[in-house]
Design a protein around this ligand. Structure first.
Ligand code: AMP
Ligand code: ZN
Length: 114
């Protein structure tokens, strides 16, 4: 059995605030939200991060971006705008090593990111 926290969410071993799920993807609310909408979109498959992505994951990665767009529609943040972030390794701030897209919206955002 996996020791990964996000695998445990996707397998429903640990409860979380689910906003979307299907055969390949799972989305839930971030415990420490950085915006009014802050959802994490993950593959059910354990992939550490973008650096571990292989060519056989291309379709899956496209699907995860579609899930981000779909959850943004559900959250009503499309017209105002939103940001999708994929932190890779420590300098980028990755703290959980199961690939996750951050979907952030509901407030104005600045550029460049911190
Ligand atoms: P990152 O720093 O890009 O790896 O993002 C990890 C994210 O996971 C952070 O935004 C955390 O707030 C979030 N996180 C950590 N633990 C939990 C948890 N138990 N439930 C929901 N989100 C979590
Ligand atoms: Zn995992």
């Amino acid at each position: 059995m996996s020791e990964c926290l996000f695998c445990k969410f996707a397998n429903r071993e640990i409860p979380t605030q689910v906003v979307y799920e299907d055969e390949h993807a799972f989305a839930f609310r971030d415990i420490n939200p950085q915006a009014p909408t802050h959802v994490l979109v993950i593959p059910r498959l354990h992939i550490e991060n973008l650096a571990a992505m292989q060519t056989e994951h291309e379709t899956l990665m496209g699907h995860l971006l579609w899930v981000c767009a779909e959850v943004a529609r559900q959250e009503g943040i499309v017209a105002e705008g939103y940001r999708v972030v994929l932190n890779t390794n420590r300098a980028a701030g990755q703290s959980v090593f199961h690939l996750h897209f951050h979907l952030l919206g509901g407030r104005h955002m600045t550029w460049p990111p911190g």
